[in-house]
Design a protein around this ligand. Structure first.
Ligand SMILES: [Zn+2]
Ligand SMILES: [Zn+2]
Length: 142
């Protein structure tokens, strides 16, 4: 009965479509938007709907399996698996390219939190600007 997939998290009911979404997130190098995830899932399962992908992603987020990051505006929500090692990203506001940060801006940051017993579990940092290509394009317009 028990299917052994080491990567599949305990406590989440496994369905074929959930597994497809999970595999896409697991193989992704950068956070992906729901339509991007949908396109990749369709390679494995052409019968899946975008609404299904959204529902699975919401479920993954509510279970703490995946993290949802809204960049700039909510239409650009990106999803990634909650991995042990955390990463930050810079997003190009022009072409929406996502570039990984190789360090953590919070590494040496000492949070001062009004509630002294507050237990910090993590943090999010959002960087935005222009990628190399767009920056060239922008500075070319004068
Ligand atoms: Zn760009
Ligand atoms: Zn960090």
């Amino acid at each position: 009965m028990k299917e052994n997939t080491s990567a599949w998290p305990a406590g989440i009911k496994k369905t074929r479509q959930r597994k497809c979404v999970f595999d896409v997130l697991e193989q992704a190098e950068t956070p992906l938007s729901a339509p991007e995830i949908y396109n990749r899932v369709r390679n494995a399962d052409a019968s899946v709907w975008l609404s299904t992908v959204y529902r699975i992603l919401d479920h993954f987020v509510s279970e703490g399996l995946a993290a949802k990051t809204s960049v700039m505006d909510s239409s650009m929500a990106l999803y990634e698996l909650n991995r042990n090692r955390h990463k930050h990203y810079a997003v190009c506001v022009n072409c929406h390219k996502v570039v990984e940060l190789t360090n953590c801006p919070m590494e040496k940051f000492e949070p001062e939190i009004a509630e002294s017993d507050f237990r910090v579990l993590g943090h999010r940092v959002e960087m935005y600007g222009y990628c190399k290509d767009c920056d060239k394009k922008m500075s070319g317009i004068h």
